[in-house]
Design a protein around this ligand. Sequence first.
Ligand code: SF4
Length: 333
Amino acid sequence: MEVCGTHTVAIARNGLRDVMPPSITLLSGPGCPVCVTANRDIDTAVEYARRPGTIVTTFGDMMKVPGSSSSLAREKADGHDVRIVYSPLDALDIAEKNPDSQVVFIGVGFETTVPVIGSTIKQAAARGLENFSVFSAHKTVPAALEALAANRQRDALTAFPAAFQRSWLHEELHKTRNFKPYMKHGLWMGSLLFGIDQKLFGGKTPWTLHNTADHDKLKPATECAKIDYPKPDGKLTFDRLSSVFLSNTNHEEEQPCHLRLKDASVPIAVNLALYDAPEQRYCPAGVYEIVHDGEAGAPRLQINAQNCVHCKTCDIKDPTQNINWVVPQGGEG
Ligand code: SF4
């Protein structure tokens, strides 16, 4: 199995497949570090390059790799400080000579390149360099190779729930699971009950209290007064689409919609009729819009899925649980 796309091209161009003995099967692997570096990682590197007082250091092959709107080469041409290095250790020298700048090394590659980066970080610590950091976009190969060799695809993360149950995060969250229900009783009583829970029982109470599901709490629009929020001032507060732009969220426009409706009639027949289409207001990214085709056209829900910032609010808050958020294509977002 060849890993790098250049190898694949060389094998094809020179007709090597035809001269291989039948006992050898050539498989194309996951791609070289350049091929497998995701758009969003390049976008992040570009963002670092644009930060004032930042020097981005990288291997030369990453310079021309395009992100969603720019590349490191273009940023360099625009006057930002992007420097090619031949070893991560060169980046340490740059950091030493530029103590007033933050030096970021763009770390790409597989297990083979990680030890060099690791030893560079150790060197940076030994040399007392506090202005050096690594943006790690490393990939791990064995799992991808095993999947390719076994012709597996679309694997589900079945081991995740059990791994989460065993993790420190689950333990930490489990200890504080009753916080919200206690606080329903007000600040003083809630604090007292939660204090007993934590101090007396150490978070290991034999009971688990429950809240009402958020979507069950939504009231019909006729029972609520309209809130007139102040308009964004463009200095401290911004409109939603400007904020989405700043979040650097990026999706391919043509990918399948990851916000699925169980019943396409519900947004108008229930949500708009009863709740004045709350998805237009609770979604922080303005993904949901009620639009009319022409002045007299019937209303319909338009889903601008490419703007989604994946907060999952719609999946939780939709009053009839009609919206199903699924992971976007290629883990984007
Ligand atoms: S997950 Fe839902 S609510 Fe959150 S940004 Fe995406 S569409 Fe909007």
